[in-house]
Design a protein around this ligand. Structure first.
Ligand code: XMP
Length: 506
């Protein structure tokens, strides 16, 4: 187990992912909340930070229980921090050091740089520089501009690097992390999907015993993988509820429900389309629509959960990025959550919560799913928003609009599959615009709806770029849509990146 202390760098989660890729388990904790029990941690990594160690509000945690006692690697800010507080000198650098650089000289090819050649590319991102090494510091590598690009502390397993080993542009970053964690700290590479499944199933068995658990399935990867894990642990005591809000993709409810049953899940499909449509009626503001859908879901789920007699637990497919406590570098974080009034909470929200995926990243959830034999077709599905097509029908929702958009969306998505483009796209969908435009069909003038198609590349949905789909594909798709979907006479393709546009139009 490896401890990553987060000082607020945008790359901290990447460090964790690289460590996990080495089949090593790690946890991210804020620098201000170092775990009291350090025994489980065989190595510690200090992340970067947008702060300067010289600043008044800089993060200055007490590392006396760590430094010299547990193998330690400081990255960027972490490296400066280790220098600043141990007799070194951190100063503003004359040149800002961002982007690609080369390690021109490596002074010691054993240990941290074992197997790494001079000239290797590293990624820099800092404006301070380590002008003088700390006490007992031994220089390990330099670039043309950065004399102390890496150093270690004599007599300790303490290492520091000014560059970021976690970003892909640092060619040998993974090798360096492996050198530190495996060869220097002796951490075992035993965090594999199979091991995770075994230990998690055992933990769930111990925790849940003969208790009953309810879980809301959405058709997405996270809830599905969570369900299969729980199913392995407690079998029929897991009651899955899959609600059709009437805003899913065409035929999705039936086909996904069949797949779930095929996987041996104890699942109940609840078709509440009419209830959702009614809740949405007359609403055209995006946030109001989201709220109406959220409330309708709570009502339906609560009703269904009540039918499970003596249920104790609510299972959720929460994953690690939602759990990591973010470090705010501008003073204490003031995130305000819109909590429901506890008195008015629906009953299922008073259940104890179990979240078997809460320590996993999305790609790991997929690996775990694969390990448990979930079909790759299901694991590779594009993300789909909870409010579904409601936020892709701009303005108010009617059954007819849902039908039109389902048809258009199905042609687009099936086309992506047919053209072998589906897996190259992170997310795709169609949007029904609240605009009519003039067209001609045969000899007749038409005045019908416009749909937009959107396909984006992304890794996490935070930033995204539109996909350069082949013209021939767009041409065929547009023809199919206009010829087959009654009510649509114009198709446009969205070529906006996020930011500034969002992925969804509402
Ligand atoms: P945006 O539109 O913010 O979307 O660029 C980023 C990602 O989030 C999804 N999304 C939602 N998911 N409920 C959800 O469960 C929502 O209200 C919602 N809004 C956007 C969107 O599909 C994309 O993957």
């Amino acid at each position: 187990n490896v401890l990553i202390l987060d000082f607020g760098s945008q790359y901290t989660q990447l460090i964790a992912r690289r460590v996990r890729e080495l089949n090593i388990y790690c946890e991210i904790h804020p620098y201000s909340k170092i775990p009291e029990n350090l025994e489980p941690f065989k190595a510690v990594i200090l992340s970067g930070s947008p702060l300067s160690v010289r600043g008044d509000n800089a993060a200055h945690p007490d590392l006396s229980n760590i430094k010299g006692k547990i193998p330690l690697l400081g990255v960027c800010y972490g490296a400066q921090y280790l220098a600043h507080f141990n007799g070194g000198l951190v100063a503003p650098s004359d040149i800002r050091e961002y982007g690609r650089a080369k390690l021109e000289t490596i002074y010691d090819h054993h240990g941290l740089f074992s197997g790494i050649d001079e000239g290797t590319h590293v990624w820099m991102s800092h404006s301070d520089t380590i002008a003088e090494l700390p006490k007992d510091g031994v220089r390990l590598a330099s670039t043309n501009d950065v004399m102390n690009a890496a150093y270690r502390i004599e007599g300790e397993e303490t290492f520091a690097i000014q560059f970021h080993p976690e970003v892909y542009h640092t060619t040998d970053g993974k090798q360096l992390l492996e050198n530190f964690l495996v060869h220097i700290a002796g951490v075992k590479q035993s965090w594999t999907p199979a091991a995770f499944v075994d230990t998690t199933v055992q933990e769930l068995k111990n925790k849940l015993g003969d208790d009953k658990v309810v879980l809301g399935l959405s058709g997405g990867v996270d809830s599905t993988v969570a369900a299969i894990l729980l199913n392995k642990a407690i079998g029929e005591n897991l009651y899955c509820i899959f609600v059709n809000n009437g805003l899913l993709r065409k035929n999705e409810f039936d086909s996904v429900l069949d797949q779930y049953k095929g996987m041996g899940l104890n699942v109940k499909g609840v078709d509440a389309s009419a209830h959702f449509l009614k809740a949405l009626s007359g609403k055209s503001d995006p946030e109001e629509k989201r709220k109406a859908i959220g409330n309708a879901f709570i009502e339906i789920f609560d009703q269904e959960a009540h039918l499970v007699e003596g249920v104790h637990w609510l299972a959720q497919g929460t994953i690690y990025p939602d759990v990591i406590e973010s470090v705010s570098v501008n003073g204490p974080s003031v995130t305000i959550k819109s909590h429901h009034n506890v008195g008015g909470l629906p009953d299922f929200m008073k259940l104890k919560v179990v979240e078997p995926l809460r320590m996993l990243f999305k790609d790991e959830v997929r690996r775990i799913g694969k390990e448990m034999g979930i079909a790759s077709e299901l694991l590779g599905r594009h993300p789909f928003p909870g409010p579904g097509l409601a936020i892709r029908i701009l303005g108010d929702i009617t059954a007819e609009k849902v039908r039109i958009l389902q048809e258009v969306d199905a042609i687009f998505i099936n086309g992506l599959r047919k053209w072998d483009l589906y897996d190259k796209v992170w997310q795709a969908g169609a949007i029904l615009l609240p605009v009519n435009s003039v067209g001609v069909m045969g000899d007749e003038r038409t005045y019908e709806k416009v749909v937009a198609l959107r396909a984006v590349e992304s890794t996490d949905g935070m930033t995204a770029d539109w996909v350069n789909l082949p013209y021939e594909f767009l041409q065929e798709t547009s023809n199919h849509i206009i010829n087959r979907v009654k009510g649509v006479n114009r198709v446009v393709y969205d070529i906006s990146s996020k930011p500034p546009a969002t992925i969804e139009w509402e």
